[in-house]
Write a protein that binds this ligand. Structure first.
Ligand code: SF4
Length: 115
């Protein structure tokens, strides 16, 4: 299938999943286009639209948690940043995604322990 057409299909499918979770597509259209294109490539190569920003290990249980949108599996972490790891999705109240900081899970866990 044509890459652009598949990107549009993924956009429609993802919208239905992320909306009830309180997320929307990033207002940064350039990032959105880039990431969706990467996901279409990964889908062609590996069979699913895997995350373009998180490493696959080849272990199915691990990797299936990185099929986009992976928000339900990383909810606490992403909610703390108000964005998913790649920045494809942000919380609905975010107008400027550049203001959001990417925090690793380890950093987040360390900061919650020190609270
Ligand atoms: S981090 Fe974002 S782009 Fe990557 S799989 Fe998860 S929801 Fe999709």
């Amino acid at each position: 299938m044509d890459t652009k057409k598949r990107m549009e299909q993924l956009r429609t499918m993802f919208q239905k999943v992320i909306d009830p979770l309180g997320y929307k597509f990033s207002p940064d259209e350039e990032i959105v286009d880039y990431l969706l294109e990467q996901e279409v490539m990964l889908e062609k190569e590996k069979g699913s639209p895997f995350c373009p920003c998180q490493g696959l290990t080849g272990e199915r249980g691990h990797d299936m948690k990185l099929v986009c949108p992976c928000i339900p599996f990383h909810r606490e972490h992403f909610d703390a940043m108000k964005r998913c790891w790649c920045g494809l999705f942000v919380h609905k109240d975010v107008d400027d995604p550049d203001e959001l900081v990417q925090i690793s899970k380890q950093e987040l866990e360390a900061s919650s322990k020190s609270d």
